[in-house]
Design a protein around this ligand. Structure first.
Ligand code: ADP
Ligand code: UDP
Length: 232
């Protein structure tokens, strides 16, 4: 199968059926816009399985995703999407760049979840955009921005209890959306410890990529723990 694209964490191949692609999850990890690089053993296996489970869970709850099937340990078959160049971030608890931008204490629970849009553009370092910037760049119409926000919040409403039941707090996460061949809006990319902040509900222990970003150690163990809890 033809390699269509190789990114930092995944490879995208043409699929065996028209309108589909195969996504291979790699063990490579990057942070700070590619400045920090490493391999995390079996990360690709964890992220493929966790994404497949969460996409299937979202479909079961009436949400539309690109997921078709898991082919093997590292490969998902998904609908090919024309991606929207926005990263849609949902936050339930203050962490990361929200802490840095606002000075609010990390770990502060938000009364109402918030949604942010970032420009998916490595050369610019994925900057935060407001609605006017999105219009200026022609990335999404106001109606589409509203639709993305609503969809992201619905996904949050389904995923938050899923994780809570497994002793995990869904602090924040990043989503990417696109259009399939029929012109339907679908959730794409992945949902994994690479793209979510996941904290143990009791201990607050970080079970996600922040262990790599912040050199906390125990990264493989944290990913395996999420795998175990999500698959149960
Ligand atoms: P990056 O491009 O940020 O380095 P990845 O290594 O995760 O990220 O590469 C995966 C690429 O595939 C991303 O650019 C993502 O937007 C894109 N993608 C995700 N889902 C689909 C899909 N269903 N169809 C086409 N492209 C997709
Ligand atoms: N995120 C992501 N890819 C990115 C940027 C952020 O998956 O390119 C996720 C990140 O894992 C976290 C959420 O989006 O779950 C919010 O990230 P934040 O804006 O706090 O950025 P960070 O400080 O992690 O760079």
């Amino acid at each position: 199968m033809e390699l269509l694209y190789e990114g930092k964490a995944k490879k995208v191949f043409s699929g065996s059926l028209p309108g589909t692609v195969r996504v291979e999850f790699k063990d490579s990890a990057t942070a700070f816009n590619g400045q920090k690089k490493s391999e995390i053993s079996d990360k690709g296996i964890v992220n493929a399985a966790v994404s497949a489970r969460l996409f299937a869970w979202l479909s079961d709850h009436g949400l539309s995703t690109h997921f078709i099937e898991q082919q093997d340990a590292r490969n998902l078959v998904v609908e090919q999407l024309t991606m929207i160049a926005l990263e849609v971030v949902v936050r339930n608890v203050v962490a990361g760049s929200l802490h840095q931008r606002t000075g609010l204490n990390e770990g502060t629970a938000l009364d109402v979840p918030i949604v942010e849009f970032y420009y998916k553009n490595d050369a610019l370092g994925d900057p935060l955009l407001n609605d006017d910037h999105i219009q200026l760049l022609g990335l999404a119409s106001p109606d589409l921005v509203a639709q993305l926000r609503q969809e992201a919040l619905r996904i949050n409403q389904v995923l938050t209890p899923f994780f809570n039941q497994r002793g995990v707090s869904l602090v924040d996460f990043k989503l990417e959306f696109g259009w399939n061949r029929a012109g339907d809006l679908k959730l794409g990319d992945e949902i994994s410890p690479d793209t979510c902040r996941l904290w143990d509900t009791i201990s607050g222990e970080r079970l996600d990529k922040d262990r790599f970003r912040r050199d906390l150690g125990g990264i493989e163990e944290a990913y395996q723990e999420i795998y175990k809890r999500v698959m149960q």
